[in-house]
Structure formats: structure tokens, C-alpha cells
Ligand binder design. Structure first.
Ligand code: PLP
Length: 451
């Protein structure tokens, strides 16, 4: 199940890397290979205690294995272990980070911008909202109730007022609800989610931009999950329009460690207005000496950061550039094709109800039942039975109103209904749709027969 062949390249690359440091006297780091072996094999045993995340039959949470090039480039840079806080700690990897972030900005149509990598989407959103609070002091930040739960918490950390906006039957921000809030006149920033974590719904950015011309708020796009779908060639017209408006927002967050084939620890925040960099100004007595060029630590809230993340991302972009016709874009499109295909099979099967066709590559559905509580129990039973057959789904608790129109017979005897949820985010998933469906069918037969 685990790809190993590419590891051979690491030896050749290490030899090449070493050529850059010729002339340094030899030295040896003390360690005993046999002791390393003992511990490493113990680690391997411990790590068996995981779901099979890299396998296409794992369709549960947002987990996508890094590309072999990302793994290799990350490992290679571990021999240097650069710190992208300052050029003093990571010269090459700082330049690679600047180039990699530029590729991301250009993907969204930005030539001028300010941005950097960071630990992940949460930290990236924290920086974006921190800046939002500086630009619009004292004003509220709003995000849809389907937005990532961390927005509210981040606002708590930053001491900024936060309010949720109702979402509609597609899991998108409800425009009327937003306008009602805007009329109060105390909203500084609207967080627009480009691909919600639960259902992959994309907020109606074009209409929100129209509201901005009237109410003059700032817009932050949380594209942590969905950002790369801007490269897809098979979005619906509505979703495409939202992505095509992205260049008009004030800040964007995207997670290369979600759909960008990177190991965890790679988020990215970019700002349309480079002058927000002045908010980060600080004095540092000990690191900024070797260059008068910008050190990334001067425009980042974090101090030490892994240069390895930048190196891995840079290498991945080199191999798979972010072009609309490229292999990377094709694979992103395939993820959506796979999700739509699976959704059609589920839709066609009378035993399930699906609230809407997937906008991206995440789908949710629930067993057709007389009540929300019965549907929820069946969903949980199918989830468990599927895992026993090596099909790993996820569970989501969604508002029962999502099903009012599509399944009016289901008695809403509880506020939430437990749904099955799948993220078809691996390049292999398109080829596996039929296998996934057959397992799901079998398992459903079995669960329903037991009732
Ligand atoms: C995953 C996600 C986040 C949080 O990002 P992390 O990288 O997990 O910290 C924020 N927003 C959305 C929409 C996400 O999908």
C-alpha cells in the first residue's frame, strides 16, 4: 500500500546537496544505527494504529497523502533544517517560499500582494482576521454558520466581536440574513467560505461583492479547503462565478496541506494590499542581519517556521504547475467528477436522500427514513459496518432543515440529522467510484436486513 520506489532518489539528491558545502571539515554526529533501528521499527508498529488514509477506500475526512515529490523535497531539506523566519536561518528556502506564494497569488489573479506560508488554515485565518481587526477597529466579523468553527474562536482570541450568519439549503451563506445584519452598520468584515468543511459549499461571493459596494465592509475568503478548485474545469456556473470573483477580496487563505499535496504544516495567507505589512512591524535584536532584503519573519505572526514546508511546496509546484490545463488542475477536476458520480448513484438509490449535488468534492447524504432520529441511527450503523468492510466514510451532524425540501416525509424529531459524508479528494478516487459504491450498497443491504 505504501509507495517506496521514489525514496531511491533521495540518496542522489543528498549527494548533490552536499556539493554545496564542499570545503567544510569532516565531522560525525554520534548515533548507533542499531539503536535507531530498534526505535524506528517500534515507531512503525505504533503507526499501524491508523485508518488507511492513503488508500482510495479511505473517503472519510479531509486527508490526502502528500505527493512523493513533496515528501522527498521535505526530507531532503531536513538535512539542512532551514528556518524561514529570517534569511539568516533559511536563505534558499525563503526565496523558494516567496516564489511558491507568488504562484498561489497568481492562481487567484493577483500580481501585487503580500503573503507567506504558515502552520495551517487556522493560523492563516488568525492573521487575516487580525489584520481585518486593525483595518476595521471595533467592528464585527461575520461568517456563515457553516464556516469553520475556528473563526469564532479566533475572534475570541483577538478580542474582536463575532456573529454567525444563517446558511441556506445549499449550505451557503444566506444573503438575506447577511443583509439584515449589515443594516445594523457595525460589520467590518465578512468571511466568505470557498468550500465549507462539512459540505464543500461555496458562499455566493458575486452577490456579497454587490453588497460591499453598498455597505463597505472588508472581505476575507476562507479558501483553506476549496481554494485549488479555482483551477477546476467542471464547476457549475454559480460556483465558477464565485471563484472568478475571488480576486476582488481583501485576503485569501488556502491550505496547500489540504488539496495542494503537501504534508501537514502548510497553510498560506495572502493580502491584496501589501501595505498591511506595516501592522507586523517589530524590532528584532537578534536575527535580521545578513540581508537588507525582506525577512519573512517581518511579515508573519509566527517566528520560527519550517523552511522544509516551503521547499516541498516549491518542488510540487515545479512538477505540477498551477495551470488550468495542467495535470494538477485535471486531478482537482477529477475529484469533483468522482464526487458527482458517487452522488448520482446515491441519489438514484431510493434508500438514500442527498440534499444537493456536491459543489466541490465533498458529499453528504442520509438514509431515507421516517424520522431524523431513525435516519441518524441508520447512518451511524452504515458508517460502522462500512469500516468493517474497509470502506472508511465520515459522519456529519447537519441541520435537519437541509432535508425539508428534498425529503419532506422525514419527521424532524431532532434539530440535527446524522449524515454520511465523503471527501473524494485523491487523484485515484475517480477510478474507485464504482468500488466505493458497491461496498456502500452491500453494507446498506446488510444494515437494513438487520433491522
Ligand atoms: C480545514 C479548514 C480550516 C482550518 O485549517 P487547518 O489547516 O486545519 O488549521 C479553516 N477553514 C476551512 C474552510 C477549512 O476547511
Amino acid at each position: 500500500m505504501l509507495e517506496k520506489e521514489s525514496l531511491q532518489l533521495l540518496f542522489e539528491a543528498l549527494d548533490k546537496l552536499e556539493l554545496g558545502f564542499q570545503g567544510m571539515p569532516e565531522f560525525n554526529s554520534p548515533y548507533q544505527l542499531e539503536s535507531l533501528r530498534t526505535v524506528l521499527l517500534e515507531v512503525a508498529t505504533r503507526m499501524q494504529d491508523n485508518f488507511p488514509y492513503p488508500h482510495p477506500l479511505y473517503v472519510g475526512q479531509m486527508l490526502k497523502p502528500p505527493h512523493p515529490i513533496a515528501r522527498l523535497a521535505y526530507m531532503l531539506s531536513m538535512w539542512i533544517n532551514p528556518n524561514n523566519h529570517a534569511l539568516d536561518g533559511g536563505r534558499a528556502s525563503t526565496f523558494m517560499e516567496k516564489e511558491a506564494v507568488k504562484e498561489i497569488a497568481q492562481m487567484f489573479g493577483w500580481e501585487t500582494f503580500l503573503g507567506h506560508l504558515c502552520g495551517g488554515g487556522t493560523i492563516a485565518n488568525l492573521e487575516a482576521l487580525w489584520v481585518a481587526g486593525k483595518v476595521k477597529p471595533g467592528l464585527k466579523i461575520v461568517a456563515s454558520e457553516q464556516s469553520h468553527y475556528t473563526h469564532e474562536r479566533i475572534c475570541g482570541v483577538l478580542g474582536l466581536p463575532f456573529a454567525p450568519v444563517k446558511s441556506d439549503c445549499f449550505g451557503r451563506m444566506d444573503l438575506e440574513a447577511l443583509e439584515t445584519l449589515l443594516k445594523a452598520g457595525d460589520i467590518g468584515t465578512v468571511v466568505v467560505t470557498m468550500g465549507t468543511t462539512a459540505t464543500g459549499s461555496v458562499d455566493p461571493l458575486p452577490a456579497i461583492l454587490e453588497l460591499r459596494s453598498q455597505y463597505h465592509f472588508r472581505i476575507h475568503a476562507d479558501a483553506a479547503y476549496g481554494g485549488y478548485f479555482t483551477l477546476a474545469n467542471n464547476l457549475t456556473e454559480t460556483t465558477r462565478a464565485a471563484y472568478d470573483s475571488l480576486s476582488a477580496v481583501d485576503s485569501i487563505v488556502i491550505d496547500p496541506h489540504k488539496h495542494g499535496l503537501q504534508p501537514y504544516g502548510c497553510g498560506c495567507v495572502i493580502f491584496a494590499d501589501p501595505t498591511v505589512g506595516t501592522f507586523y512591524q517589530h524590532e528584532c535584536a537578534f536575527t535580521y542581519f545578513t540581508s537588507s532584503e525582506l525577512h519573512l519573519g517581518e511579515i508573519s505572526l509566527e517566528c520560527s517556521r519550517p523552511g522544509a514546508s516551503a521547499v516541498a511546496l516549491w518542488a510540487t509546484q515545479r512538477l505540477l504547475p498551477y495551470t488550468r490545463e495542467g495535470e494538477f488542475a485535471t486531478e482537482i477536476s477529477h475529484c469533483r467528477t468522482a464526487a458527482v458520480a458517487l452522488a448520482q448513484k446515491i441519489q438514484a438509490d431510493g434508500r438514500f436522500v442527498i440534499p444537493f449535488s456536491p459543489e466541490l468534492d465533498i458529499l453528504v447524504w442520509t438514509p431515507r427514513a421516517k424520522s431524523a432520529s431513525i435516519a441518524s441511527q441508520l447512518a451511524k450503523d452504515i458508517f460502522t459496518a462500512a469500516a468493517q468492510k474497509n470502506l472508511h466514510l465520515a459522519i456529519a451532524h447537519l441541520n435537519v432543515e437541509l432535508f425539508t425540501d428534498v425529503h419532506p416525509e422525514m419527521e424532524p424529531d431532532q434539530d440535527k440529522v446524522t449524515c454520511l459524508r465523503s471527501c473524494l479528494m485523491k487523484p485515484e478516487h475517480l477510478e474507485w467510484v464504482e468500488d466505493i459504491w458497491q461496498l456502500l450498497e452491500q453494507v446498506t443491504d446488510q444494515v437494513l436486513a438487520d433491522k
